[in-house]
Design a protein around this ligand. Structure first.
Ligand code: NAD
Length: 282
């Protein structure tokens, strides 16, 4: 992708903010859009802190930080979302994503690429309901996006070959490792990792062991983060939705049934780090 290309990231939450940072740090003019102005304010200050931390670690200079900030613009007005690549990172609901893509199709060119960061919604199902299905591709970043190297690129039955090649090259420009996947429930990582969360919660449900012990044991065995700390980082709402969508898409197998523990956390609005409390207090 030409360095003068414009990138628009939709959703200024955990993932959108991180993805926008990656794009701006890689030299692209980046628009960050959210319907919620409070999230924009939070994201702007979070991005500033995150870049400041990079200066302290000696990874960027103060002048580079200023250049990165110059490349970022924030908006709550959808009519500002005109770009060469649009990366959607809004709420994990198919209808909301479809509506957004169809609104964006009206104001963008027919060559604009639409990438979705969905963790679990079928990209084919989104493609079926949008105006330019051949321009749609999955671009699944991992949390925290500025740090995690992997990006799953998910093609649909209709994704244009040029779109796939452009997004592969773009991921490389973002200094990410891209893996091309077919569209299947949970793609690769979220499918395989489901058991990491679900089995841990089953042990707690059965009263066998507490969450702190499970986290400590899994970390001691080589995993970077225990399952409960990781669910708090991901967001319990997001993680629960992924579990539910993967379970339903595979005809509800018992081994993948979502946990009551997560449902209780959701009902109590204990969503993890982002809400100040999840399995742990922040
Ligand atoms: N959290 C993770 O670890 C993770 C990892 C990979 C992918 N994802 C995926 O990324 C997406 C976003 O997840 P997140 O954790 O950043 O969620 P989040 O709840 O932190 O942020 C979502 C943001 O989208 C905004 N939003 C909602 N509807 C919108 C709309 N119509 N237009 C613009 N903005 C809108 C909200 O105001 C909010 O700021 C989801 O699809 C999720 O599955 C999440």
């Amino acid at each position: 992708m030409n360095q003068s290309a414009i990138i628009c990231v939709c959703g200024a939450g955990t993932m959108g903010s991180g993805v926008a940072q990656v794009c701006a740090q890689s030299g692209f003019s980046t628009i960050l859009f959210d319907v919620n102005n409070d999230m924009i304010v939070k994201s702007r200050s979070g991005l500033n802190n995150s870049l400041q931390l990079l200066i302290q670690k000696g990874k960027i200079t103060a002048a580079e930080k200023e250049q990165i900030i110059q490349r970022l613009s924030f908006t709550s007005n959808i009519s500002d979302c005109k770009a060469d690549i649009i990366i959607e990172a809004i709420i994990e609901q198919k209808d909301k994503k479809v509506t957004l893509f169809n609104q964006l199709a009206i104001i963008n060119s027919t060559t604009t690429i639409f990438a979705t960061n969905t963790s679990s919604i079928s990209i084919n199902e989104i493609a079926r309901e949008i105006k330019n299905p051949s321009n749609l591709v999955g671009m699944h970043f991992f949390n925290p996006a500025p740090i995690m190297k992997l990006v799953e690129i998910i093609k649909t039955n209709e994704t244009d070959r040029v779109v796939i090649e452009t997004i592969k090259a773009f991921a490389k420009q973002l200094n990410k490792t891209a893996v091309l996947c077919n569209d299947s429930p949970g793609f690769i990582v979220n499918r395989v990792a489901r058991h990491y969360y679900l089995e841990a919660m089953r042990l707690v449900e059965a009263g066998s062991v507490d969450i702190e012990t499970i986290d400590a044991v899994m970390e001691a065995s080589g995993f970077k983060m225990g399952p409960f700390k990781l669910m708090d980082l991901i967001g319990i709402d997001i993680n629960y939705n992924v579990s539910r969508i993967v379970w339903e898409a595979l005809d509800k197998p018992e081994r993948l049934r979502p946990s009551i523990i997560q449902q209780q956390k959701l009902a109590a609005n204990e969503l993890g780090r982002k809400s100040g409390k999840g399995f742990y207090q922040y």
